[in-house]
Design a protein around this ligand. Structure first.
Ligand code: UAG
Ligand code: ATP
Length: 488
């Protein structure tokens, strides 16, 4: 690519030597640089890309872009204010994604991004519109799935994926980390969706205000006359609506109240739910497989998106009705003795609230809640998680979630300390996650619910006593022993 085209739109502070005429590729990892590439040096959280400039040159870089003031290098250097932003601009230019005719749908919020993007992706497919899905569980481009490293990939990977996609629509999860690290640079959205906001990632964002402002950036990235589909069942959703009121964006509110553009008419049903949606003066009913008001809100948001794209109501209802769910999100197992086991990705107090309340509404006589805390992640949310769980479940088993860098002994001691503080529910600490699940499932009888939260679709990072690698494998293993007497 011609270098002038490549650096178009870059805010340049300084340059050394004339740049090369052409650029053959772009990388922000020195190990991925090849002959004729531009290397963008990013100051990261664990290392500084500027320290790898020499490696990049050795690998063939012909142009370096970075934030530091001067470099006596053997190749041209461009100094910019913000390398992460520059990377997005360069990636967009290189892959020419600004010329894309695709529609872009971004979903943000603390919880519900994955579920909502899956529902939208499915609805579009059922209506004959192909879409790429980018998010936490996997990336699906041109119908092919690959494992994702981040919920929102870095700008280089993102633009590369968009360029390789032949799909009509890009449906993606937009994380607050992605927004704050400029991973969305160069992308403009046709539709932005706000699911909710609650205490999470405050170790990173500092305060809820800051967290909100970061999430709101998605709506600043809406195209002129783009559409915002907002869950207004919380003051944060109302705030998004308020902040967009004087903009030229179309706002579609989703909620339980009659004043919402699209109303989810509350249903008393449980497993699975008969749902009513009201739009304009018309009310329609459909059947939705994922229980809980939170999942019905996700379905209604997806309905709002599908309507904005121009799909007709009947098509959407049929799609919602045949949707089968998302891995690790309210994944239900019925045991032969009438107990229910659920695997869910809940890892915040509000998600606990929704899950456990739904179990109660579905007639759970006794709820055993198994969960732990992720090492190195936001600790401020933990007291509220404990409080909600102890209020809504009858028995708690505290167990291990991913430890990351926290030693196992330290986490176990922490769990035991928390056990002492829980008054309203009986509590055990069983650090081995597989044994915790086994014990709870073996003691569950008719109408009891065992709720296993935190890991959802993810594989275990530690080795436990049972030779299983995920909550799903553990549940299936215990069911096999229980139902058939199979030993592993
Ligand atoms: C804390 C954080 O957000 N880190 C993200 C960040 O990495 P970083 O800045 O720390 O990168 P680094 O390792 O210090 O490297 C700096 C630079 O040196 C380069 N380098 C490094 C080594 C070398 O030999 N040569 C070289 O050039 C690297 O390629 C990089 O450009 O930028 C990377 C690229 O965008 C991200 O992959 C990475 O996400 C890490 C893996 C992560 O776990 N992030 C989490 C917190 C996150 O972003 N989560 C959200 C979802 C949150 C939620 O809603 O639950 C997400 O979107 O995934
Ligand atoms: N609309 C919602 N409101 C509150 N909680 C929800 C909502 N949707 C899902 N949840 C809860 O949050 C959990 C995670 O849901 P999901 O994976 O869809 O969200 P996410 O935003 O992608 O999460 P993460 O950012 O952690 O990957 C679910 O398992 C469920 O317990």
């Amino acid at each position: 690519m011609d270098v002038q085209e490549f650096i178009n739109g870059l805010e340049i502070l300084n340059t050394s030597y004339p740049s090369p005429h052409t650029i053959l590729g772009v990388a922000n990892d020195s190990r991925e640089v090849k002959e004729g590439y531009a290397f963008v040096a990013v100051k990261g959280y664990t290392s500084d890309g500027h320290n790898f400039i020499k490696d990049a040159i050795r690998n063939g870089a012909s142009l370096i872009i970075g934030e530091e003031s001067s470099h006596s290098l053997s190749v041209p250097y461009i100094q910019v204010k913000n390398s992460r932003k520059a990377l997005g601009i360069l990636a967009c230019n290189f892959y020419q994604t600004n010329q894309s005719t695709k529609k872009f749908i971004g979903v943000t919020g603390t919880n519900g991004k994955t579920t909502t993007t899956y529902i939208i992706h499915y609805l579009l497919k059922e209506c004959g519109i192909s879409s790429s899905l980018i998010g936490t569980i996997e990336n699906v481009i041109n119908g092919e799935a690959s494992q994702s490293t981040n919920t929102t990939p870095d700008s280089l990977e993102l633009h590369r994926m968009i360029a390789s996609s032949h799909d009509d629509v890009i449906v993606m999860e937009v994380s607050s980390h992605g927004l704050s690290q400029d991973r969305l640079e160069g992308i403009e959205f046709d539709i932005g969706v706000f699911t909710n906001l609650e205490q999470e990632h405050l170790d990173y964002h500092g305060s809820m205000e800051e967290y909100f402002n970061t999430k709101f950036q998605l709506f600043e990235k809406l195209k002129d006359y783009g559409v915002a589909v907002i869950n207004v069942e919380s003051s944060w959703g109302e705030k998004v609506e308020e902040q967009l009121i004087h903009s030229n964006k179309k706002v579609i509110t989703v909620g339980l109240s009659t004043s919402s553009t699209i109303q989810l008419v509350k249903t008393e049903d449980c497993l699975p739910s008969d749902v009513y949606i009201r739009e304009d003066f018309e009310r329609s009913k459909f059947h939705f497989t994922m229980p809980g008001i939170h999942n019905l809100i996700n379905a209604t948001l997806s309905y709002g998106v599908a309507r904005s794209i121009g799909l007709n109501k009947q098509q959407i209802y049929e799609g919602l009705q045949s949707f089968t769910g998302v891995n690790g999100r309210f994944e239900i197992y019925a045991t032969s003795n009438g107990a229910t086991v659920v695997i869910d990705y809940a890892h915040t107090a509000e998600a606990f609230f929704h899950c456990l309340t739904t179990a109660k509404q579905c007639g759970a006589k006794k709820i055993t809640h198994i969960f732990g805390f992720r090492g190195d992640r936001d600790q401020k949310k933990r007291p509220e998680m404990l409080s909600v769980s102890s209020e809504l479940s009858h028995h708690i088993i505290l167990t291990l979630d991913d430890l990351n860098s926290v030693p196992q002994d330290e986490m176990t001691a922490y769990l035991k300390e928390q056990q002492q503080n829980i008054q309203s529910a009986s509590t055990d600490v069983i650090p081995d996650r597989t044994l915790a699940i086994k014990k709870a499932m073996e003691s569950a009888s008719k109408e009891d619910w065992v709720f296993i939260t935190g890991k959802g679709h993810e594989r275990y990072k530690q080795t436990f006593s049972l030779s299983t690698n995920s909550d799903r494998e553990t549940v299936e293993y215990v069911l096999a022993i229980k139902e058939k007497g199979v030993q592993k």
